[in-house]
Design a protein around this ligand. Structure first.
Ligand code: SF4
Ligand code: SF4
Length: 114
C-alpha cells in the first residue's frame, strides 16, 4: 500500500512543481528548523526513503514529509511553522523560480506553489 508510479490523486491535479523522485530527493525540508523536532516527520522520512529505495517510485504525498511546494500542506501536526523556511536554498525552489509564485515560502503551512 502507499506506492504508485505516478501522481494521480485529486489533491494536486496540476502541480506547478512535478511530484517526482528526483524532486523529492532535492527537497531540503528534512533539514528545516520547522520540522527538525517532529517525531512524525522523522518517522515518515525514514519510511519514505525506504519506500523509494525499495520500489523506485514516489510514495503517496501524505507519506512524504517534504516537497510541500508540489504536494500541499504538511500532514504532520507537530511541526513549528513559526521557524524560518529554508526553501530558498533548494534546487527545486531555484529551478522552478518559486520566489515569483504564491505562496513563496512555508509551503508546509501555506500550501503548494502556483
Ligand atoms: S522548495 Fe521547499 S518544499 Fe519545495 S522541494 Fe524545495 S525545500 Fe522542499
Ligand atoms: S516548506 Fe519551507 S518551512 Fe516548510 S518544511 Fe519545507 S523548508 Fe521548512
Amino acid at each position: 500500500m502507499g506506492t504508485q508510479g505516478e501522481y494521480n490523486t485529486n489533491k494536486n491535479p496540476d502541480p506547478e512543481v512535478a511530484y517526482t523522485v528526483e524532486n523529492i530527493e532535492k527537497c531540503r525540508c528534512s533539514e528545516c528548523p520547522v520540522q527538525i523536532g517532529s517525531r512524525c516527520v522523522i518517522d515518515k522520512m525514514r519510511k519514505s526513503k525506504q519506500e523509494i529505495k525499495r520500489s523506485g517510485k514516489v510514495p503517496m504525498p501524505e507519506n512524504v514529509p517534504g516537497i510541500y511546494c508540489s504536494a500541499d500542506t504538511a500532514t504532520c501536526t507537530d511541526i513549528d511553522t513559526s521557524q524560518p523556511c529554508i526553501c530558498g536554498n533548494c534546487a527545486v525552489y531555484q529551478g522552478y523560480n518559486l520566489a515569483e509564485g504564491k505562496p513563496a515560502d512555508h509551503f508546509c503551512k501555506n500550501g503548494r506553489a502556483f
